[in-house]
Design a protein around this ligand. Structure first.
Ligand SMILES: Cc1cc2nc3c(=O)[nH]c(=O)nc-3n(C[C@H](O)[C@H](O)[C@H](O)COP(=O)(O)OP(=O)(O)OC[C@H]3O[C@@H](n4cnc5c(N)ncnc54)[C@H](O)[C@@H]3O)c2cc1C
Length: 429
Protein backbone atom coordinates (compact mmCIF):
# COMPACT_ATOMS: atom_id res chain seq x y z
CA UNK A 1 0.00 0.00 0.00
CA UNK A 2 1.49 3.34 -1.08
CA UNK A 3 1.90 6.22 1.40
CA UNK A 4 -0.24 8.52 -0.78
CA UNK A 5 -2.53 8.23 -3.80
CA UNK A 6 -0.62 11.08 -5.43
CA UNK A 7 2.66 12.90 -4.81
CA UNK A 8 3.01 16.23 -6.62
CA UNK A 9 6.53 17.61 -7.02
CA UNK A 10 6.50 21.43 -7.06
CA UNK A 11 3.94 23.96 -5.82
CA UNK A 12 3.95 26.34 -8.78
CA UNK A 13 0.63 26.91 -10.59
CA UNK A 14 0.72 23.49 -12.27
CA UNK A 15 1.47 21.59 -9.05
CA UNK A 16 -1.04 23.43 -6.88
CA UNK A 17 -3.87 23.11 -9.41
CA UNK A 18 -3.28 19.36 -9.80
CA UNK A 19 -3.10 18.98 -5.98
CA UNK A 20 -6.28 21.00 -5.48
CA UNK A 21 -8.33 19.08 -8.04
CA UNK A 22 -7.22 15.64 -6.84
CA UNK A 23 -7.60 16.43 -3.13
CA UNK A 24 -11.07 17.83 -3.84
CA UNK A 25 -12.03 14.48 -5.33
CA UNK A 26 -11.03 12.72 -2.12
CA UNK A 27 -7.58 11.40 -3.01
CA UNK A 28 -4.71 11.58 -0.55
CA UNK A 29 -2.24 14.11 -1.96
CA UNK A 30 1.22 15.17 -0.83
CA UNK A 31 2.73 18.25 -2.48
CA UNK A 32 6.45 18.74 -2.02
CA UNK A 33 7.95 22.20 -2.66
CA UNK A 34 11.64 23.00 -2.39
CA UNK A 35 11.13 26.74 -1.75
CA UNK A 36 10.72 28.00 1.84
CA UNK A 37 7.07 28.43 0.93
CA UNK A 38 5.11 28.14 -2.34
CA UNK A 39 6.06 31.04 -4.60
CA UNK A 40 9.19 31.93 -2.64
CA UNK A 41 11.51 31.00 -5.51
CA UNK A 42 9.15 31.64 -8.39
CA UNK A 43 9.10 34.51 -10.85
CA UNK A 44 7.58 35.35 -14.20
CA UNK A 45 7.10 38.43 -16.35
CA UNK A 46 3.79 39.44 -15.03
CA UNK A 47 0.55 38.44 -16.73
CA UNK A 48 -1.81 35.50 -16.34
CA UNK A 49 -4.30 34.79 -19.13
CA UNK A 50 -7.30 33.79 -17.08
CA UNK A 51 -9.18 31.24 -19.27
CA UNK A 52 -7.76 28.07 -17.73
CA UNK A 53 -7.93 29.15 -14.09
CA UNK A 54 -11.47 30.41 -14.63
CA UNK A 55 -12.51 26.84 -15.47
CA UNK A 56 -11.46 25.83 -11.96
CA UNK A 57 -12.25 28.97 -9.96
CA UNK A 58 -14.86 31.05 -11.83
CA UNK A 59 -14.23 34.77 -11.26
CA UNK A 60 -11.07 33.91 -9.28
CA UNK A 61 -9.91 37.53 -9.55
CA UNK A 62 -12.48 38.50 -6.94
CA UNK A 63 -10.54 36.59 -4.27
CA UNK A 64 -7.08 35.87 -5.70
CA UNK A 65 -4.23 38.34 -5.12
CA UNK A 66 -4.17 39.73 -8.66
CA UNK A 67 -2.76 43.20 -9.27
CA UNK A 68 -4.45 44.82 -12.28
CA UNK A 69 -6.59 43.70 -15.21
CA UNK A 70 -4.71 44.28 -18.47
CA UNK A 71 -6.60 46.74 -20.67
CA UNK A 72 -3.63 48.28 -22.50
CA UNK A 73 -1.30 46.35 -24.76
CA UNK A 74 1.84 47.96 -26.14
CA UNK A 75 4.27 46.61 -28.72
CA UNK A 76 7.37 48.76 -28.93
CA UNK A 77 10.31 48.92 -31.35
CA UNK A 78 13.48 50.52 -30.03
CA UNK A 79 16.40 51.72 -32.09
CA UNK A 80 19.20 53.71 -30.50
CA UNK A 81 17.63 56.49 -28.47
CA UNK A 82 14.49 56.38 -30.60
CA UNK A 83 11.40 54.21 -30.45
CA UNK A 84 7.87 53.48 -31.64
CA UNK A 85 5.03 52.22 -29.47
CA UNK A 86 1.92 50.62 -30.95
CA UNK A 87 -0.79 50.87 -28.32
CA UNK A 88 -4.01 48.89 -28.12
CA UNK A 89 -6.58 49.99 -25.56
CA UNK A 90 -9.13 47.32 -25.04
CA UNK A 91 -11.72 45.68 -22.83
CA UNK A 92 -10.70 42.20 -23.88
CA UNK A 93 -13.03 39.22 -24.20
CA UNK A 94 -10.38 36.90 -22.81
CA UNK A 95 -9.32 38.57 -19.58
CA UNK A 96 -5.79 38.71 -18.26
CA UNK A 97 -4.32 39.98 -15.00
CA UNK A 98 -0.93 41.12 -13.77
CA UNK A 99 0.23 39.50 -10.56
CA UNK A 100 3.22 38.82 -8.33
CA UNK A 101 4.07 35.15 -7.92
CA UNK A 102 5.04 35.19 -4.24
CA UNK A 103 1.47 36.12 -3.28
CA UNK A 104 -0.35 34.29 -6.07
CA UNK A 105 1.42 30.91 -5.70
CA UNK A 106 0.86 31.02 -1.95
CA UNK A 107 -2.88 31.62 -2.52
CA UNK A 108 -3.14 28.73 -4.97
CA UNK A 109 -1.24 26.36 -2.64
CA UNK A 110 -3.58 27.33 0.21
CA UNK A 111 -6.52 26.37 -2.02
CA UNK A 112 -4.94 22.92 -2.39
CA UNK A 113 -4.40 22.69 1.37
CA UNK A 114 -7.99 23.75 2.08
CA UNK A 115 -9.16 20.98 -0.26
CA UNK A 116 -7.18 18.46 1.85
CA UNK A 117 -3.75 18.23 0.20
CA UNK A 118 -0.73 18.11 2.48
CA UNK A 119 1.78 20.71 1.31
CA UNK A 120 5.33 20.53 2.65
CA UNK A 121 7.77 23.30 1.80
CA UNK A 122 11.53 23.63 2.11
CA UNK A 123 12.03 20.05 0.96
CA UNK A 124 13.77 19.12 -2.27
CA UNK A 125 12.87 16.04 -4.28
CA UNK A 126 15.99 14.42 -5.73
CA UNK A 127 14.49 11.97 -8.22
CA UNK A 128 11.59 9.66 -8.97
CA UNK A 129 11.63 6.35 -7.13
CA UNK A 130 11.67 3.71 -9.87
CA UNK A 131 11.11 -0.04 -9.37
CA UNK A 132 10.93 -2.55 -12.20
CA UNK A 133 10.79 0.31 -14.73
CA UNK A 134 7.80 1.94 -13.04
CA UNK A 135 7.64 5.18 -11.04
CA UNK A 136 6.39 4.25 -7.55
CA UNK A 137 7.18 7.43 -5.61
CA UNK A 138 9.92 9.96 -4.94
CA UNK A 139 13.32 10.11 -3.32
CA UNK A 140 13.64 13.35 -1.39
CA UNK A 141 16.73 14.94 0.17
CA UNK A 142 18.37 12.76 2.79
CA UNK A 143 17.45 9.72 0.63
CA UNK A 144 13.98 9.69 2.13
CA UNK A 145 11.66 7.52 0.05
CA UNK A 146 7.91 8.11 -0.20
CA UNK A 147 5.58 6.00 -2.28
CA UNK A 148 2.51 6.97 -4.29
CA UNK A 149 0.22 5.34 -6.83
CA UNK A 150 0.96 8.26 -9.17
CA UNK A 151 3.62 10.99 -9.16
CA UNK A 152 2.94 14.31 -10.89
CA UNK A 153 6.10 16.10 -11.98
CA UNK A 154 5.36 19.84 -11.75
CA UNK A 155 8.94 20.86 -11.01
CA UNK A 156 9.31 23.53 -13.69
CA UNK A 157 11.55 24.22 -16.66
CA UNK A 158 14.58 22.15 -15.66
CA UNK A 159 12.49 19.15 -14.51
CA UNK A 160 14.96 16.56 -13.22
CA UNK A 161 11.91 14.39 -12.55
CA UNK A 162 11.03 14.17 -16.26
CA UNK A 163 14.67 13.71 -17.23
CA UNK A 164 15.37 10.95 -14.68
CA UNK A 165 12.17 9.13 -15.60
CA UNK A 166 13.41 9.13 -19.21
CA UNK A 167 10.54 11.33 -20.40
CA UNK A 168 12.55 14.00 -22.10
CA UNK A 169 15.52 13.97 -24.41
CA UNK A 170 18.75 15.68 -23.47
CA UNK A 171 18.01 19.35 -24.07
CA UNK A 172 20.48 21.99 -25.14
CA UNK A 173 20.82 25.71 -24.48
CA UNK A 174 18.92 26.27 -27.75
CA UNK A 175 15.80 25.00 -25.95
CA UNK A 176 15.76 27.65 -23.24
CA UNK A 177 15.55 31.38 -22.77
CA UNK A 178 16.61 33.23 -19.66
CA UNK A 179 14.67 36.09 -18.11
CA UNK A 180 15.78 38.75 -15.63
CA UNK A 181 13.21 40.83 -13.83
CA UNK A 182 13.08 43.79 -11.48
CA UNK A 183 10.14 44.99 -9.43
CA UNK A 184 10.18 48.77 -9.13
CA UNK A 185 7.90 50.47 -6.64
CA UNK A 186 6.00 53.58 -7.67
CA UNK A 187 2.95 55.27 -6.16
CA UNK A 188 -0.35 54.02 -7.56
CA UNK A 189 -1.36 57.44 -8.94
CA UNK A 190 2.00 57.83 -10.70
CA UNK A 191 1.56 54.45 -12.42
CA UNK A 192 -1.97 55.33 -13.53
CA UNK A 193 -0.88 58.72 -14.80
CA UNK A 194 2.23 57.55 -16.68
CA UNK A 195 0.65 54.51 -18.29
CA UNK A 196 -2.72 56.19 -18.95
CA UNK A 197 -4.70 53.80 -16.75
CA UNK A 198 -7.66 54.19 -14.49
CA UNK A 199 -7.91 52.39 -11.16
CA UNK A 200 -7.29 48.61 -11.38
CA UNK A 201 -6.54 48.83 -15.11
CA UNK A 202 -3.16 47.48 -16.16
CA UNK A 203 -0.70 47.68 -19.04
CA UNK A 204 1.37 44.96 -20.68
CA UNK A 205 4.23 46.35 -22.77
CA UNK A 206 6.69 44.31 -24.86
CA UNK A 207 9.69 45.74 -26.72
CA UNK A 208 12.17 44.52 -29.31
CA UNK A 209 15.11 46.30 -30.83
CA UNK A 210 18.82 46.85 -30.77
CA UNK A 211 18.94 46.73 -26.97
CA UNK A 212 19.58 42.96 -27.28
CA UNK A 213 22.22 43.59 -30.00
CA UNK A 214 20.80 41.02 -32.37
CA UNK A 215 20.22 38.35 -29.69
CA UNK A 216 16.76 36.76 -29.89
CA UNK A 217 14.74 38.40 -27.13
CA UNK A 218 13.29 41.65 -25.86
CA UNK A 219 12.08 43.65 -22.89
CA UNK A 220 8.81 43.78 -20.97
CA UNK A 221 6.95 46.02 -18.52
CA UNK A 222 3.81 45.02 -16.63
CA UNK A 223 2.04 47.35 -14.24
CA UNK A 224 1.06 46.14 -10.78
CA UNK A 225 -0.97 48.09 -8.20
CA UNK A 226 2.00 49.91 -6.69
CA UNK A 227 4.94 48.67 -8.70
CA UNK A 228 5.99 47.76 -12.20
CA UNK A 229 7.56 44.46 -13.23
CA UNK A 230 10.27 45.12 -15.78
CA UNK A 231 12.77 42.82 -17.40
CA UNK A 232 14.37 41.22 -20.40
CA UNK A 233 14.15 37.75 -21.90
CA UNK A 234 16.82 36.33 -24.24
CA UNK A 235 17.28 32.96 -25.94
CA UNK A 236 20.28 31.30 -24.25
CA UNK A 237 21.72 29.71 -27.42
CA UNK A 238 21.59 33.01 -29.29
CA UNK A 239 23.08 34.90 -26.32
CA UNK A 240 25.85 32.36 -25.68
CA UNK A 241 26.96 32.66 -29.32
CA UNK A 242 27.65 36.36 -28.76
CA UNK A 243 28.86 36.76 -25.15
CA UNK A 244 30.95 34.72 -22.73
CA UNK A 245 29.27 35.79 -19.48
CA UNK A 246 25.48 35.39 -19.58
CA UNK A 247 24.59 36.95 -16.22
CA UNK A 248 26.67 40.09 -16.94
CA UNK A 249 25.06 40.39 -20.38
CA UNK A 250 21.56 40.06 -18.82
CA UNK A 251 22.38 42.81 -16.34
CA UNK A 252 23.80 45.08 -19.04
CA UNK A 253 20.80 44.65 -21.34
CA UNK A 254 18.39 45.29 -18.43
CA UNK A 255 20.25 48.52 -17.61
CA UNK A 256 20.21 49.56 -21.26
CA UNK A 257 16.48 48.86 -21.45
CA UNK A 258 15.76 50.86 -18.28
CA UNK A 259 17.79 53.82 -19.47
CA UNK A 260 16.21 54.06 -22.94
CA UNK A 261 14.46 57.49 -23.06
CA UNK A 262 11.12 55.87 -23.90
CA UNK A 263 11.32 53.46 -20.95
CA UNK A 264 13.06 55.74 -18.44
CA UNK A 265 10.11 58.11 -18.26
CA UNK A 266 7.90 55.27 -16.94
CA UNK A 267 10.32 54.53 -14.10
CA UNK A 268 11.54 57.90 -12.87
CA UNK A 269 11.55 58.14 -9.05
CA UNK A 270 10.88 54.41 -8.68
CA UNK A 271 12.55 52.22 -6.04
CA UNK A 272 14.03 48.85 -6.95
CA UNK A 273 12.65 46.32 -4.44
CA UNK A 274 13.29 42.94 -6.04
CA UNK A 275 15.59 41.32 -8.61
CA UNK A 276 15.29 37.76 -9.92
CA UNK A 277 16.23 35.59 -12.88
CA UNK A 278 14.76 32.36 -14.22
CA UNK A 279 14.90 29.90 -17.10
CA UNK A 280 12.06 29.63 -19.66
CA UNK A 281 11.44 26.50 -21.75
CA UNK A 282 11.08 27.80 -25.30
CA UNK A 283 10.92 24.82 -27.59
CA UNK A 284 10.93 21.74 -25.39
CA UNK A 285 7.49 20.38 -26.06
CA UNK A 286 8.21 20.50 -29.76
CA UNK A 287 11.37 18.46 -29.23
CA UNK A 288 9.53 15.35 -28.12
CA UNK A 289 8.96 15.46 -24.36
CA UNK A 290 6.76 12.50 -23.36
CA UNK A 291 3.91 13.36 -21.03
CA UNK A 292 3.42 10.10 -19.11
CA UNK A 293 4.94 6.79 -18.13
CA UNK A 294 3.92 4.00 -15.75
CA UNK A 295 3.01 5.80 -12.51
CA UNK A 296 3.94 9.35 -13.54
CA UNK A 297 2.72 12.34 -15.57
CA UNK A 298 4.52 15.63 -16.36
CA UNK A 299 2.76 19.01 -16.34
CA UNK A 300 3.44 22.71 -16.97
CA UNK A 301 6.95 23.95 -17.70
CA UNK A 302 8.32 20.50 -16.84
CA UNK A 303 6.62 19.31 -20.04
CA UNK A 304 7.75 22.43 -21.92
CA UNK A 305 4.27 23.97 -22.11
CA UNK A 306 5.42 27.53 -22.53
CA UNK A 307 5.32 29.66 -25.67
CA UNK A 308 6.88 32.98 -26.50
CA UNK A 309 4.88 34.44 -29.38
CA UNK A 310 6.87 37.66 -29.27
CA UNK A 311 3.86 39.80 -28.39
CA UNK A 312 2.63 37.40 -25.70
CA UNK A 313 4.48 35.04 -23.35
CA UNK A 314 2.30 32.20 -22.17
CA UNK A 315 3.20 29.54 -19.66
CA UNK A 316 1.01 30.04 -16.60
CA UNK A 317 -2.27 29.39 -18.44
CA UNK A 318 -0.82 26.27 -20.11
CA UNK A 319 0.59 25.06 -16.77
CA UNK A 320 -2.88 25.34 -15.22
CA UNK A 321 -4.68 23.72 -18.15
CA UNK A 322 -2.21 20.82 -18.36
CA UNK A 323 -2.60 20.27 -14.60
CA UNK A 324 -6.39 20.16 -14.99
CA UNK A 325 -6.11 17.55 -17.76
CA UNK A 326 -3.56 15.53 -15.76
CA UNK A 327 -5.74 15.60 -12.64
CA UNK A 328 -8.68 14.31 -14.67
CA UNK A 329 -6.62 11.44 -16.11
CA UNK A 330 -5.02 10.58 -12.74
CA UNK A 331 -8.45 10.54 -11.07
CA UNK A 332 -9.74 8.03 -13.64
CA UNK A 333 -6.59 5.93 -13.31
CA UNK A 334 -6.91 5.80 -9.51
CA UNK A 335 -10.63 4.95 -9.71
CA UNK A 336 -9.97 2.13 -12.14
CA UNK A 337 -7.00 0.82 -10.12
CA UNK A 338 -4.81 0.99 -13.22
CA UNK A 339 -2.08 3.64 -13.11
CA UNK A 340 -0.08 2.23 -16.00
CA UNK A 341 1.14 4.38 -18.91
CA UNK A 342 -1.74 3.03 -20.99
CA UNK A 343 -4.29 4.31 -18.49
CA UNK A 344 -2.49 7.65 -17.93
CA UNK A 345 -2.39 8.25 -21.69
CA UNK A 346 -5.86 9.73 -21.16
CA UNK A 347 -3.96 12.88 -20.09
CA UNK A 348 -2.58 13.39 -23.59
CA UNK A 349 -5.96 12.50 -25.09
CA UNK A 350 -7.65 15.29 -23.12
CA UNK A 351 -4.96 17.80 -24.11
CA UNK A 352 -5.09 16.74 -27.78
CA UNK A 353 -8.63 17.96 -28.18
CA UNK A 354 -7.77 21.40 -26.76
CA UNK A 355 -4.53 22.93 -25.64
CA UNK A 356 -2.20 20.88 -27.86
CA UNK A 357 -3.87 22.29 -30.98
CA UNK A 358 -2.57 25.67 -29.88
CA UNK A 359 0.95 24.25 -30.01
CA UNK A 360 0.60 23.61 -33.74
CA UNK A 361 0.44 27.39 -34.27
CA UNK A 362 3.09 27.82 -31.58
CA UNK A 363 5.58 25.71 -33.58
CA UNK A 364 5.38 28.23 -36.41
CA UNK A 365 5.69 31.15 -33.99
CA UNK A 366 8.83 29.61 -32.46
CA UNK A 367 10.34 29.23 -35.95
CA UNK A 368 9.49 32.85 -36.73
CA UNK A 369 11.02 34.07 -33.45
CA UNK A 370 14.32 32.46 -34.47
CA UNK A 371 14.75 35.01 -37.27
CA UNK A 372 17.34 37.44 -35.86
CA UNK A 373 16.21 40.21 -38.26
CA UNK A 374 13.16 40.66 -35.99
CA UNK A 375 15.46 41.93 -33.23
CA UNK A 376 17.66 44.24 -35.26
CA UNK A 377 16.63 45.24 -38.80
CA UNK A 378 12.84 45.25 -38.38
CA UNK A 379 12.71 47.53 -35.27
CA UNK A 380 15.13 49.92 -37.04
CA UNK A 381 12.99 49.98 -40.19
CA UNK A 382 9.79 50.44 -38.13
CA UNK A 383 11.24 53.44 -36.26
CA UNK A 384 12.68 55.04 -39.41
CA UNK A 385 9.54 54.47 -41.48
CA UNK A 386 7.36 56.21 -38.92
CA UNK A 387 9.85 59.05 -38.66
CA UNK A 388 9.73 59.30 -42.47
CA UNK A 389 5.93 59.53 -42.35
CA UNK A 390 5.57 61.92 -39.42
CA UNK A 391 8.58 64.23 -39.48
CA UNK A 392 8.75 67.27 -41.75
CA UNK A 393 12.02 69.12 -42.44
CA UNK A 394 11.04 71.14 -45.51
CA UNK A 395 12.98 68.91 -47.95
CA UNK A 396 11.01 67.02 -50.65
CA UNK A 397 10.10 63.55 -49.39
CA UNK A 398 10.63 60.40 -51.42
CA UNK A 399 7.59 58.17 -51.68
CA UNK A 400 7.11 55.37 -49.16
CA UNK A 401 7.88 52.61 -51.66
CA UNK A 402 11.31 54.06 -52.58
CA UNK A 403 12.01 54.80 -48.92
CA UNK A 404 11.22 51.23 -47.84
CA UNK A 405 13.24 49.76 -50.73
CA UNK A 406 16.26 51.75 -49.58
CA UNK A 407 15.73 50.85 -45.91
CA UNK A 408 15.45 47.12 -46.63
CA UNK A 409 18.42 47.15 -48.97
CA UNK A 410 20.58 48.93 -46.32
CA UNK A 411 19.74 46.03 -44.00
CA UNK A 412 20.58 43.48 -46.71
CA UNK A 413 16.94 42.37 -47.02
CA UNK A 414 15.41 42.08 -50.49
CA UNK A 415 11.78 43.13 -50.89
CA UNK A 416 10.95 39.51 -51.67
CA UNK A 417 12.43 38.22 -48.41
CA UNK A 418 10.68 41.07 -46.54
CA UNK A 419 7.39 39.91 -48.04
CA UNK A 420 8.21 36.32 -47.12
CA UNK A 421 8.97 37.36 -43.53
CA UNK A 422 5.61 39.21 -43.38
CA UNK A 423 3.85 36.16 -44.79
CA UNK A 424 5.54 33.89 -42.22
CA UNK A 425 4.46 36.28 -39.44
CA UNK A 426 0.86 36.28 -40.67
CA UNK A 427 0.79 32.47 -40.72
CA UNK A 428 2.33 32.00 -37.29
CA UNK A 429 0.59 34.47 -34.99
C1 LIG B 1 11.14 36.03 -17.22
C2 LIG B 1 9.89 35.22 -17.39
C3 LIG B 1 8.73 35.84 -17.84
C4 LIG B 1 7.56 35.10 -17.98
N1 LIG B 1 6.41 35.76 -18.30
C5 LIG B 1 5.25 35.10 -18.32
C6 LIG B 1 4.01 35.79 -18.46
O1 LIG B 1 3.96 37.03 -18.46
N2 LIG B 1 2.87 35.05 -18.56
C7 LIG B 1 2.88 33.69 -18.47
O2 LIG B 1 1.80 33.07 -18.57
N3 LIG B 1 4.03 33.01 -18.30
C8 LIG B 1 5.21 33.67 -18.20
N4 LIG B 1 6.37 33.00 -17.96
C9 LIG B 1 6.32 31.52 -17.88
C10 LIG B 1 5.74 31.03 -16.53
O3 LIG B 1 6.45 31.60 -15.49
C11 LIG B 1 5.81 29.51 -16.45
O4 LIG B 1 5.31 28.95 -17.63
C12 LIG B 1 5.02 28.98 -15.25
O5 LIG B 1 5.58 29.45 -14.07
C13 LIG B 1 5.01 27.46 -15.25
O6 LIG B 1 4.41 26.98 -14.07
P1 LIG B 1 4.85 25.59 -13.45
O7 LIG B 1 4.00 25.37 -12.25
O8 LIG B 1 4.87 24.54 -14.49
O9 LIG B 1 6.39 25.77 -13.02
P2 LIG B 1 7.02 26.77 -11.95
O10 LIG B 1 6.22 27.98 -11.80
O11 LIG B 1 8.46 26.90 -12.33
O12 LIG B 1 6.92 25.94 -10.59
C14 LIG B 1 7.74 24.82 -10.33
C15 LIG B 1 7.80 24.61 -8.83
O13 LIG B 1 8.51 23.42 -8.54
C16 LIG B 1 9.42 23.66 -7.48
N5 LIG B 1 10.50 22.70 -7.63
C17 LIG B 1 11.40 22.61 -8.65
N6 LIG B 1 12.24 21.58 -8.45
C18 LIG B 1 11.84 20.98 -7.30
C19 LIG B 1 12.31 19.85 -6.57
N7 LIG B 1 13.37 19.13 -7.01
N8 LIG B 1 11.69 19.52 -5.42
C20 LIG B 1 10.62 20.24 -4.97
N9 LIG B 1 10.14 21.32 -5.61
C21 LIG B 1 10.73 21.68 -6.77
C22 LIG B 1 9.85 25.12 -7.69
O14 LIG B 1 10.39 25.71 -6.51
C23 LIG B 1 8.53 25.74 -8.12
O15 LIG B 1 7.75 26.17 -7.03
C24 LIG B 1 7.55 33.70 -17.76
C25 LIG B 1 8.73 33.07 -17.31
C26 LIG B 1 9.87 33.83 -17.10
C27 LIG B 1 11.08 33.12 -16.55
Amino acid sequence: MADFDVIVVGAGPAGSVASYLLAKRGHTVLTVERGKRPGAKNMFGGRLYSWSLERIFPEFWKEAPVEREVTKEVLGFLHGERGVEIRLSTRPKGRSFTLLRAKFDQWLAEKAEDAGAEVISGFKVERPLIRDGRVVGIVAEGDEEMEAEVVIAADGALSFMAEKAGLRPKLSKEDFAVGAKEVIELPKEVIEDRFGLSEDEGAAQLYVGDLTEGVIGGGFIYTNKESVSLGVVMRIGSLASKVSEISTAMWEVTEKFKSHPMIRRYLEGGKLVEYSAHIIPETQFMRGVKLYTDGMVVVGDAAGFCVNYGVTVRGMDFAIESARAAAEAVHHALESGDTSARSLSKYQEILSSGMLREFETAKKAVDLMEDERLYSSIPKIAVETLEHLFLVDGKPKENLYSFLRKEFSEEGISLLSALLLGWKALRSM
